[in-house]
Design a protein around this ligand. Sequence first.
Ligand SMILES: Cc1ncc(COP(=O)(O)O)c(C=O)c1O
Length: 409
Amino acid sequence: MSNPFRKDFPILDSTFNNKPLVYLDNAATSQKPDSVIKAVEDYYRKQNANPYRGLYQLSVAATDAYEEARSITAEFINAKSSKEIIFTRNSTEALNLIAYSYGRSVLKAGDEIVIPISEHHSNILPWQQLVKEKGAVLSYLYLDKNGYLLEEDIENKITERTKIVSIAHVSNVLGTVYPIEKIIQKAHSVGAVVIVDTAQGIPHYPVDVKQWDVDFLVFSGHKMLAPMGIGVLYGKEELLDNMPPFLTGGEMIEYVYEQEATFAPLPNKFEAGTPNVGGAVGLAEAIRYINQVGYDTIQNIEEELRDHALKELSQIPDVVVYGETKAGRDRCGVISFNVEGVHPHDTSSILDADGIAIRAGHHCAQPLMNYMDVAATCRASFYFYNTIEDIDTFIHSLKKVRRWLGYGN
Ligand SMILES: Cc1ncc(COP(=O)(O)O)c(C=O)c1O
């Protein structure tokens, strides 16, 4: 399968052990196209200055570049206004911001926060801290054996006591695409606020915050072609407006007195300190690139990769795939698996010798690992610049793993 986008990603020409790189760790971070690399370089060559503060032209250029990135991001997710876009370092920081600012001001003893058992640690730990402080309760939605949320849990655990529901759009371990609109409707029917962590969703699926009517949304630039160190928090303006600041210091103030301060309006209230302008410029270029490729194309390519990989994996004896093993229904190209009798770290190292990059470990989802009764898994995750040949190389190498470790097959 020839892939017209591959040539845009210079790192994909690398070799390891004289073998061409097969990069299948896209759920951890994506690779970057030339246009993003160049946009960041151009910014530092031509526009770099501290934004907002300077009255000279270069500082104004940096401010304009940063604010343009904010507008492009707002349009990308169909936010009502760019005031609803707060730049953070990543999804983790955005989730912490919501927990510490919104959560701390609304939660009371006995209130409940509901999350699925499959969440990434960054959507668990801020809530654990918060419920401890407030005497509130962290309640879990569990999964069936194919990785889908239990219907009865959605029905029975989101109740009048629930104040916050926080859920990943797509599981970073099982690749399950969760029924976000249904969850939002259910949560809103009991008066709860919904946070969607689309760190694993927005690289592959379009997101429209108005259509979802979601209250908060978070994602990380680095998983969708942009540099590391830039992330996004979307929040409905009326919610953000009423929230206290998270971090305090420069850039987020209106006026500072000896004992008091007043804060800048949105979005600056939540952006203390010098921002990552280069990262925001890179994110804006990544969005342009994704829009140019188009989500339909991204999905068509990824579905073909996913279907091929699931079919091939099902034909290897001694390989177990976690979650949905069939292609189709609510499942994207993030595949967790194990080779029977082999530690995932060994599988990953053997594949690495063939130039193949997969992830092995608990994937920052230890509660899910415990729930599935496994210590760790291997994970192969695809993006639209991968090819059927990448999958075939991966499968070919995987078939050797048990033999290399002395098993008979
Ligand atoms: C679903 C999900 N949420 C949040 C995160 C955290 O992202 P970051 O490390 O960019 O903050 C990840 C990272 O893998 C993730 O997969």
